[in-house]
Write a protein that binds this ligand. Structure first.
Ligand code: ADP
Length: 625
């Protein structure tokens, strides 16, 4: 008895999209169906490895493609794990992945990109509806008695009924549309398999087209996995195909790392550094790790999180180990010393390749850094062992550059250091413009001392963890006790003179701002600005403050210090105002404004914005009338 069921809403949407919107790369449907068959074979092989009750002949696992021109049918069969009734419903009637919504939202309209996305978002099966208006799935789950037929005519429903099938596995029977005759042709199908499925590790077979071998089956794919071949004989296109089709890569690989280790440890790895993150990765929180594990060419898992550190999670690829047992279970993989060794070796290989790239092709490296730098920097605070290597990869903007796009390294910074300079100076802030124009920069600009601009939100967390680079300490120029060492050539007598001159005025300002600042003092370090705010001990950064607020945590009250530029005309005038009327209301307002604008200039938030605006308006009015 046949039962009619309704597709889930999102599945309907996707199906309609396949039928109506994506025409130019229809041929990828075959790739999707073949790779599903391959996954089903992987699954049964894996089960037989870890479960002694599952007995199969590993050599019999295969994918078969056949055509029947008269009824316009194209069939892709496998003897893999198969599906039972519930699995048919949940796998083919719904889209369980949270990614599918993101997929629908992320279609670019660019056919090539979009068809690439189809594979990534795991909506592959529906792509058959680009070439067919009817599809049948005849399947039997391994170890179960009943077989089922799933049928859909590309509308809003599908049918399921019991069917006859002896062997476990699945036939996908595609009833091709009138204008899709090419997919009934032998040579076309063979070419497609060669083009898209060369990395499939099971034989893909078709009836031989050789007349003398009529009735015999022929294996179309090479079966030797790409990572087993020597790098010199692999074409770029083959790597790219493997990267997008087998590793779920997006766009093109920026760098391909193909390596074989022999000796105490035996493994092959093919790792790709992508050009960019896919929209899927940006939106999908529950993504898997990018590197798949094989043992002696047998696929084991695509979710071994320890194969690479978290901060290299954008790397795609495979690792094939000869040292792990084939029947390795997921539990064994956790904290496994062999996996640990592979991770260590592969991580340092990736580092050295990135370093090479930075030397050979600066532009390419910088584009890598712009895309992935924020993620890589996470390693600075959680991978102590590799900290030195990681600091060499870090790029940042600095006052040495003229544009927002400028990037430089710690090595380059150090090579430009002033001979009297002992430490590395940096400024934290939210944007490039913000830090560049900060009053804190004035002294350093005047002295021609380079300052690193750390403007990535994560910088505030990693810089303290960095502490020193090549024996040079990192110093925040907004620190209230910043010691300039030999660079300090301040005229101490002038400072003392000014301190004396403004003593009473400073006392009054402190008095006015009592609720907000810890201290008010005279400085000689400012050039153009009348005042600045520096942070005393216990201060948390702007990003940290935001995070704590978002998590509902109390933010420790930071001590703010207002530094006044004794050589500035505004201060001179405020001082005369003070001398005329020490308790005057205007002085109060001006002192508050001085503080608030110093906050803004240093990239710190003004607590009560509306009070600040009112003050400005009030003083405007007075000045005009
Ligand atoms: P994906 O393969 O990315 O998961 P698909 O839409 O292509 O997405 O397939 C959905 C699911 O249907 C698969 O995850 C798998 O569980 C099941 N499936 C598809 N084809 C087969 C097959 N030949 N054998 C067994 N299961 C299959």
């Amino acid at each position: 008895m046949s039962e009619t069921l309704e597709f889930q809403t999102e599945a309907k949407q996707l199906l309609q999209l396949m039928i109506h919107s994506l025409y130019s790369h229809k041929e990828i449907f075959l790739r999707e169906i073949v790779s599903n068959a391959s996954d089903a074979l992987d699954k049964i092989r894996f089960e037989s490895l870890i479960n002694s009750n599952v007995k199969i002949d590993a050599d019999s696992l295969k994918i078969t493609i056949s055509v029947d021109k008269d009824s316009r049918r194209l069939t892709v069969s496998d003897n893999g794990i198969g599906m039972n009734r519930d699995e048919l419903i949940s796998n083919l009637g719904t889209i369980a992945r949270s990614g599918s919504k993101a997929f629908l939202e992320n279609l670019s309209g660019d056919q090539k990109l979009d068809s690439n996305l189809i594979g990534q978002f795991g909506v592959g099966f529906y792509s058959v509806f680009m070439v067919a208006s009817k599809v049948e799935v005849l399947t039997k789950r391994f170890g179960e008695d009943k077989a089922f037929r799933w049928t859909s005519g590309a509308d809003t429903t599908y049918q399921i009924e019991e069917a006859a099938r002896i062997e476990n596995g699945t036939d996908i029977i595609i009833y091709l549309n009138e204008n899709e005759n090419e997919y009934l042709e032998d040579y076309k199908l063979k070419n497609l398999v060669k083009k898209y499925s060369s990395f499939i590790a099971f034989p893909v077979q078709m009836a031989s087209s050789d007349k003398e071998k009529a009735g015999e089956m022929e294996t179309i794919n090479s079966l030797k996995p790409i990572w087993e071949r020597s790098a010199s004989e692999i074409k770029d296109e083959e790597y790219e195909e493997f990267y997008t089709q087998a590793c779920g890569g997006f766009g093109k690989p920026l760098k391909t790392i193909h390596t074989k280790a022999e000796g105490t440890m035996e493994y092959s790895a093919l790792a790709f550094i992508p050009e960019k993150l896919s929209p899927f990765e940006i939106y999908n929180q529950e993504r898997k790790h990018g590197v798949k594990l094989y043992v002696k060419k047998v696929f084991i898992s695509d979710d071994v999180k320890d194969l690479l550190p978290e901060y290299l999670r954008f790397v795609r690829g495979i690792v094939d180990s000869a040292d792990l047992p084939l029947n390795v279970s997921r539990e064994i993989l956790q904290d496994n010393p062999i996996i640990g060794k592979i991770r260590k070796a592969l991580t340092s290989k990736i580092f050295s390749e990135l370093k090479k790239l930075a030397e050979k092709d600066k532009e390419k490296y910088e584009s890598f850094w712009r895309e992935f730098g924020t993620i890589v920097k996470e390693g600075l605070y959680n991978d102590y062992e590799n900290r030195e290597e990681l600091t060499e990869l870090v790029r940042f903007n600095s006052s040495n550059g003229e544009t927002k796009e400028y990037l430089t390294s710690f090595d380059e910074y150090i090579s430009r250091m002033n001979e009297k300079q002992k430490d590395i100076y940096y400024i934290l802030g939210e944007t490039y413009e913000n830090v560049r124009k900060s009053p804190n920069m004035e002294l350093f600009r005047d002295k021609k001392i380079e300052v690193i601009y750390f403007t990535d939100p994560i910088d505030e967390f990693i810089v303290p963890a960095l502490f020193d680079v090549k024996g040079k300490e990192l110093k925040n120029i907004a620190d209230d006790k910043l010691d300039l060492g030999d660079l300090d050539d301040e005229d101490k007598t002038a400072l003392e003179k000014n301190e004396k001159k403004y003593k009473k005025f400073v006392g009054r300002v402190k008095n006015i701002l009592e609720a907000n600042v810890e201290e008010v003092r005279i400085t000689q370090r400012l050039k153009e600005s009348p005042a600045r705010v520096v942070n005393g001990g216990g201060a948390v950064g702007v990003q940290m403050e935001k995070m704590m607020k978002a998590m509902g945590q109390p933010v420790p009250k930071s001590k703010k210090i207002l530094e006044i530029n004794a050589n500035h005309a505004v201060i001179e005038k405020l001082n005369s105002l003070y001398e005329k009327d020490p308790k005057g209301e205007d002085l109060q307002e001006w002192a508050n404004l001085l503080y608030e604008q110093a906050l803004i200039a240093s990239g710190q938030p003004v607590k009560d914005l509306s009070a600040y605006m009112q003050r400005i308006n009030k003083m405007f009015e007075k000045a005009i009338s």
